[in-house]
Ligand binder design. Structure first.
Ligand code: C2O
Ligand code: CU
Length: 467
């Protein structure tokens, strides 16, 4: 028996030589299937005014707008044809969703890169409601830094009853004063905390303005889709509650953030707020973050219409998602250390682009690259068993560590109190050791990497196998 992985890597070599053979086969196979109503995501170049003048060289799903908020409903089939008219290979990943492995969008590990002119059909269903996002996993730095990061909302099977449902896609762009892209990242920053953008945006605007009913309760979804930045967030001008973290309703409360104690939202993470809108029409709630050590208003929500006078005590409750609870007493412990790369390895990223440097590693092993034949997992887990991953960051930088296909819970840390909220991306502070736990409930090969994309692409990546 040939495993799916060997099949992919074996044929992948042919694809490299033959130019798109593999993707063509997959596209042809999916074209014969009669699917449900579906959407098309057409990856293309875009132009939009992020500063006062148009910025060209953006990547999006339309010629002039940010990637849209995609909505699906919990428990219902979703289908998207990702059409690549952009000219460079790509692959789409659904960050935080527990999808079947073949739909996870990781080149060579779960599919071939989607080459220019090709289409790949993604089909899955999400058991979990909440706030997730989508981004490419091939030429990841180039395409994400140029705009291709979008919010994905899975609506609860039953509408919880907010008066507004708002989303903020937080990310930077690296532009000069004329609105032109500058170098997307700097090697010397990649070897440290990562390269920050020059222009901070929400939904591609420097000052986003949203509306919600006066005196109503708004649900505000905030998603950090930046390639690097760790946001320090709070809201001014309203009372509210943090209601969900990384897609899932809270199990442990998170205090309402303030300037003194902001909420840290690292690259890849999401927070949801219930916001009691002001009772006077025209008043605004300000979404704040620190920028260069100064408070910065990144968006506001304006009260519009008649006063609904709905008290915060009436805020809707979110139903829990069906995430399996790990059996801690019988969990197996696996250790991982995140640190420097021991040598200057030459990774093989195939069609998906090497950045030409190696700085980082997991378990002293820098990532060999997406297209390395026979690439071994950094751990092999048994389907259905519970695991504790001991994550040790021996580097002087912070790393938001992301695990595909699974939802885990932080258990403890040697540096800070942790909250037992379900997540897929844990922020490891410099020098920190954190235990996380989960059930190996989703079979397949799951990417495991830092979500500071420069770190991911310079070695801090790998995958685990559940079989
Ligand atoms: Cu958003 Cu591999 O990740
Ligand atoms: Cu990192």
């Amino acid at each position: 028996m040939v495993s799916r992985r060997e099949l992919l890597w074996g044929a992948g070599a042919t694809a490299l030589a033959g130019g798109g053979f593999a993707g063509g086969v997959l596209a042809a196979a999916s074209a014969q299937r009669q699917g449900p109503a579906q959407m098309t995501m057409d990856i293309q170049s875009a132009t939009a005014s992020i500063l006062d003048t148009p910025t060209t060289g953006l990547v999006s799903l339309s010629p002039d707008r940010p990637p849209p908020v995609i909505r699906l409903r919990q428990g219902e089939k979703f289908s998207a044809d990702v059409v690549n008219t952009h000219g460079e290979p790509t692959a789409m990943h659904w960050h935080g969703l527990r999808v079947p492995n073949a739909m996870d969008g990781v080149p060579y590990l779960t599919q071939y890169p989607i080459q220019s002119g090709e289409t790949f059909r993604y089909e899955f269903m999400s058991d979990d409601a909440g706030t997730y996002w989508y981004h490419p996993h091939c030429l990841t730095m180039e395409q994400m830094a140029r705009g291709l990061t979008g919010i994905l909302v899975v609506d609860e099977a039953r509408d919880p009853g907010f008066d507004a449902d708002l989303s903020l896609n937080l990310r930077d762009f690296r532009l000069n004063g004329k609105g032109e892209f500058i170098k997307l990242w700097e090697p010397r920053q990649a070897a440290r905390g990562g390269t920050l953008g020059t222009v901070m945006t929400a939904n591609w605007r420097q000052q986003e303005l949203l509306d919600a009913p006066t005196g109503g309760i708004a649900r505000l979804r905030v998603v950090a889709t930046d390639v690097t930045r760790i946001y320090r967030l709070w809201l001014e001008g309203a009372d509210g509650r943090v209601i969900a973290w990384d897609g899932h309703p809270l199990r442990t409360p998170i205090p309402w953030p303030s300037r003194e104690e902001p909420l840290l939202l690292a690259a890849g993470q999401r927070a949801e707020f219930s916001v009691a809108m002001p009772e006077t029409e025209g008043e605004e709630v300000r979404v704040m973050t620190m920028r260069a050590h100064q408070p910065h208003e990144i968006a506001k929500v304006r009260a519009v219409g008649a006063n609904l006078a709905r008290p915060l005590s009436e805020a809707p409750e979110l139903p829990a998602n069906p995430v399996p609870q790990p059996d801690l007493a019988n969990a197996q412990v696996e250790e991982f250390v995140f640190g420097w790369s021991p040598e200057d390895a030459k990774p093989n990223y195939g069609l998906c682009g090497s950045v030409g440097y190696t700085f980082w590693s997991i378990n002293r092993r820098p990532y060999e690259g997406d297209a390395t034949p026979g690439l071994a997992p950094i751990a092999t887990l048994q389907y259905g068993k519970s695991y504790i991953f001991r994550l040790r960051n021996e580097s002087p930088n912070d790393h938001p560590v992301h695990l595909h296909g699974l939802t885990f819970v932080p258990l403890r840390s040697d540096k800070k109190p942790v909250r037992s909220n379900w997540t897929d991306t844990a922020l490891l502070d410099s020098g920190e050791t954190m235990d996380i736990a989960f059930v190996a409930s989703n079979p397949g090969n799951w990417a495991f990497h830092c979500h500071i994309i420069e770190h991911q692409k310079t070695g801090l990546a790998g995958y685990i196998r559940i079989e």
